[in-house]
Design a protein around this ligand. Structure first.
Ligand code: 0WD
Ligand code: CA
Length: 379
């Protein structure tokens, strides 16, 4: 996928290797691009309209290219055809853990195939958590909290909602609630249930439903297993195998001025790139909407072309900074989170303009590995 060309990275002003904190200053991460292996899909799962888990691809949808001049009304159905997932239910890593239990044989390490239940990976997490790490050196508004538990040698990373995020969620303005619906409505206009059917914009939008890919890859010396929600796939049966056939759907405000274009490149494309680059999803289809929530045009962005697209912006984000920071964060976690116990949580915490710090918690509110998982993996 990408190869490092420089083997002296720690001499070129990277973060101190023994510190209790981790700097997020961009300059420290301007090294050559680290090795990131081509992500391989090792499985998938689906969550149905009632958020029930299935170890299969029943919720996978098929991308149908819109007309050149679409006229998708994203507000349609908000009041009467919208079933919203209950955001008060904290699922943490549970769906991924269920997938692991159902697919253990695929993951057992060669060394311990008959004895211990160790997985062959260093980290298990959601793709969305890794996206947050990739964008951290450029984030100026929202901090994060990541809980880490070491269990049978594997480090599990699960996000904890910050106080600020909880307040934002509980005080969300009506307009923002409606705009959150627009993204899902765009999916409904562009996705069909089968390779040969058409989208049905008269149906119900139910955000409990999800199709998730599970991928395995390696970032330098970190073996990763993570899952991410996938919107749809190329409907051509001759398309390349997953994840190369997957398509990410986004909506964004229409771009009318050079300032808007620059902001789109500097902020939106960073998030879009980070999210899809991680699982190896090659393209994002953007629907550009006007103020009234009508999609008036679409455009395909190839993830492999985004770094060229942004090169003309002054002071823009760099993929290498994102990946090197993530890599150093994972090394930092390995160094700090040494006690192997399902009831111990190392809570890593970051606020904009600060360093990453951590605290340790035993049998606390932060413990997140469920008993059923520990039991399955110990027997
Ligand atoms: O425990 C948590 N704090 C979180 C759990 C935070 C974020 C996600 N999740 C879980 C949910 O079970 C969800 O099904 O992760 C799943 C999605 O995981 P992901 O792919 O790692 O998340 P991310 O890349 O942030 O989001 C992908 C899509 C979003 O699409 P857009 O185009 O808006 O980025 O997943 C949806 C959303 O459609 N999504 C969520 N769905 C359910 N719960 C959530 C969420 N909290 N966040 C984003
Ligand atoms: Ca999406």
């Amino acid at each position: 996928f990408f190869r490092p060309t420089n083997h002296h990275r720690h001499q070129l002003g990277s973060a101190p290797l023994s510190s209790q904190v981790l700097s997020t200053r961009r300059e420290l991460y301007e090294r050559d691009f680290p090795l990131y292996k081509q992500p391989v899909e090792v499985g998938c799962f689906s969550l149905d309209s009632q958020r029930r888990f299935f170890n299969d691809s029943r919720q996978l949808r098929y991308y149908v290219e819109p007309d050149r001049c679409p006229n998708f009304d994203l507000r349609d159905g908000y009041k009467d055809r919208y079933v919203r997932r209950d955001e008060n239910v904290k699922e943490r890593l549970d769906h991924i853990l269920r997938w692991i239990v159902a697919n253990r044989s695929k993951l057992k390490s060669r060394a311990s195939a008959n004895s211990s239940c160790a997985l062959d990976v260093d980290f298990v997490t959601w793709r969305g958590h890794l996206t947050k790490l990739l964008t951290t050196p450029y984030e100026t508004r929202e901090g994060w909290l990541l809980a880490v538990t070491r269990f049978n040698g594997t480090l599990y990373i699960s996000e904890v909602e910050t106080e600020a995020a909880r307040q934002e969620r509980e005080n969300r303005a009506e307009r923002n609630k409606e705009m959150m619906y627009w993204g899902y409505k765009f999916e409904q206009y562009t996705c069909a249930d089968t390779a040969s059917s058409s989208p049905d914009p008269r149906g119900v939008v139910n955000t409990n439903e999800a199709f998730c890919t599970v991928v395995q890859t390696r970032l330098t010396d970190h073996q990763l297993l993570f899952s991410g929600e996938v919107d749809c796939r190329d409907r051509d049966p001759g398309a390349p195998p997953p994840p190369a056939c997957y398509v990410e759907l986004k909506t964004s405000a229409e771009i009318c001025t050079p300032k808007q274009r620059s902001n789109f490149h500097r902020f939106k494309l960073l998030k879009w790139w980070a999210q899809s680059f991680l699982p190896g999803v090659p393209r994002v289809v953007a629907g550009f909407k006007d103020h009234d929530g009508v999609v008036v045009s679409t455009e395909t962005f190839l993830i492999s072309k985004i770094s060229q697209l942004i090169k003309n912006e002054d002071n823009c984000w760099k993929p290498t900074v994102c990946m090197n920071f993530c890599c150093d964060f994972l090394s930092y976690v390995k160094r700090i989170a040494t006690e192997d116990s399902p009831s111990v949580v190392y809570l890593f915490s970051w606020e904009p303009r600060r360093e990453v710090t951590y605290s340790v918690h035993r049998d606390s509110q932060y413990t997140f590995l469920p008993r059923w998982y520990i039991q399955e993996m110990t027997s």
